[in-house]
Design a protein around this ligand. Structure first.
Ligand SMILES: [Zn+2]
Length: 506
């Protein structure tokens, strides 16, 4: 704050105002939001409400030029603050005034406005930048997919630093307008609704809007040559799917899977309540990876996911995340079970509905697949550690925990819990223990021990009560046979293959 002389007329009025903290109280915002799994992720001192990204991308060179306008509110008296970002920045303005900036650490953009920012005030930050995302490596890792006709940002837990500055952690969700200019004949895909598109002097601009809180890692960009299908659901929700023109033999199976998005979403609504966002869809770019990601309103699918034919189960997984992961997000990355345990269990429920094996049969099969000395049982889905955040145990043991809950409380209560949770925490964040408490409240049963056994003990739990008879029976004969849906579900196990281990070096 600048001390200045106050004109007598203004004095009386100024005394009525809250007295701002003295200059000495202004301090830097933390360079991380406080997540022990990823200490550099996110930042402290402010909360973002909206990102406006105005971008231009040239597929031939991978050059991305952008202006990010960020609306935020300060949560402390700030002398400076950080954004997470990796590309080269040319100018930063805070509330219209030029600010000093410096790159520190691997992914920090440290911004010092000309004067301190008072706690609780709205601020607007403008960042101008340019760079080639494919050339940006952080700890030797690059999350950007360079394709023959463009580029794609879709990765977990971090993707944003490759293409826009942000408070890069699910705790600080915001709405988005993403406007992208690309050469005519090329498309730009992002989240939410395509508000408009227009062409001028050889460039086409696509204006996308995602109008509900969205985590930075769930914000996606795909530039390339796509075939696009559009539709509306019976309830009026716009559906937009995009397929690279370059999918080769996977083109048919990709469409045969993703064109079932509306059907799958309507089925999930019967389980989890009304779909939480303003648009539906999916996209398949010509990337070399094999995973899929629940990018909000419009999941990303690698073509390799459809190499063995169609796979509706993977669509079930990514759309289930729209409730479990996107609307209700992790509080910290240790809470990953709140996403993956439920997305995997949704695949089991789809199998049950399709008559390809009940959730109990899948649970029996998974349990029998892993003998007591299998390392599978040493991973704790409730707090797996950053190295095991996307371990198969988080998915399969995570789903076993839900089957154990179902057996304990019965179907009526179990499905009431599954439907109630996404409403209770809609558009927010939640911890594993919040779910435990919620399940106890709805069921009226003490469940801490059950969840401790299935989510936190580094050893194989005893077979869940409801299936002991079955296990005793099958032990006499042989291990349970694989349910029909097993291959299709197992084919999604690479669903979140990602660079986490290399990237974070734990
Ligand atoms: Zn998942």
């Amino acid at each position: 704050m600048h001390r200045r002389l106050i004109a007598p007329g203004a004095l009386a009025a100024s005394l009525l105002l809250a007295i701002p903290a003295s200059a000495a109280d202004f301090s830097p915002g933390a360079p991380g939001i406080g997540d022990p799994y990823y200490p550099a992720s996110g930042n402290g001192g402010y909360d973002v409400s909206h990102y406006d990204l105005r971008l231009k991308y040239q597929p031939k060179t991978d050059l991305l030029e952008g202006t990010a306008t960020i609306n935020a509110r300060t949560t402390q008296d700030l002398s400076r603050f950080n954004l997470d970002f990796g590309l080269k920045v040319s100018e930063v303005r805070v509330n219209g005034k030029k600010a000093k900036f410096a790159k520190t650490g691997d992914q920090e953009l440290e911004i010092t406005p000309p004067s301190g920012l008072v706690k609780g005030t709205a601020i607007t930050v403008v960042v101008r930048y340019a760079g080639k995302p494919s050339e940006l490596k952080i700890n030797g890792y690059n999350a950007w997919h360079r394709t023959p006709d463009g580029g794609v940002a879709a990765q977990e837990p971090e993707a944003a630093v490759w293409w826009f500055p942000s408070n890069d952690h699910p705790l600080d969700k915001a709405t988005y307008d993403v406007s992208v200019s690309v050469p005519d004949g090329t498309q730009a895909i992002s989240n939410g609704v395509l508000q408009s598109q227009s062409s001028k002097l050889g460039w086409t601009r696509y204006n996308w809007r995602s109008n509900k809180p969205q985590a930075s890692y769930l914000t996606t960009l795909a530039v390339g040559k796509f075939d696009i299908t559009t539709d509306k659901t019976e309830s009026g929700l716009p559906v937009l799917n995009a397929y690279s023109k370059d999918l080769g033999d996977n083109a048919g199976s990709a469409r045969a899977s993703i064109e079932r998005t509306t059907e799958v979403a309507e089925w999930l609504e019967t389980l989890y309540g009304k779909y939480p966002f303003n648009a539906l869809g999916g996209y398949v770019p010509n990337v070399k990876s094999s995973y899929a990601l629940e990018t909000q309103t419009r999941p990303f699918y690698s073509p390799a996911a459809f190499a063995n034919g169609s796979n509706a189960s993977i669509v079930v997984h990514e759309l289930a995340h729209q409730w479990y992961g996107d609307s209700v997000s992790v509080d910290g990355w240790k809470d990953i079970w709140v996403n993956e345990g439920f997305a995997r269990y949704s695949q089991w429920l789809w199998s049950e509905k399709e008559g390809e094996g009940s959730a109990q049969e899948l649970a029996d099969y998974v349990y029998a697949q892993h003998p007591a000395d299998d390392a599978f049982w040493t991973v704790k889905p409730g707090d797996p550690g950053p190295d095991n955040q996307f371990d198969i145990a988080v998915y399969d043991r995570g789903a076993l925990a839900l089957q154990a809950l179902r057996n304990e409380v019965g179907d009526d209560t179990f499905f009431a819990i599954l439907k109630g949770w996404p409403q209770k925490h809609a558009y927010g964040n939640a911890k594993v223990n919040d779910f435990v408490k919620y399940a106890e409240k709805v069921s009226g049963k003490p469940l801490a021990e059950l969840f401790d056994t299935w989510l936190y003990q580094p050893s194989r739990p005893d077979a869940p009560a409801a299936k002991q008879a079955r296990v005793a029976r099958s032990a006499a004969a042989s291990a349970p046979a694989a349910p029909k849906s097993w291959k299709e579900i197992a084919a999604t196990n690479g669903v979140h293959e990602h660079g986490g281990k290399d990237r974070h070096g734990h």
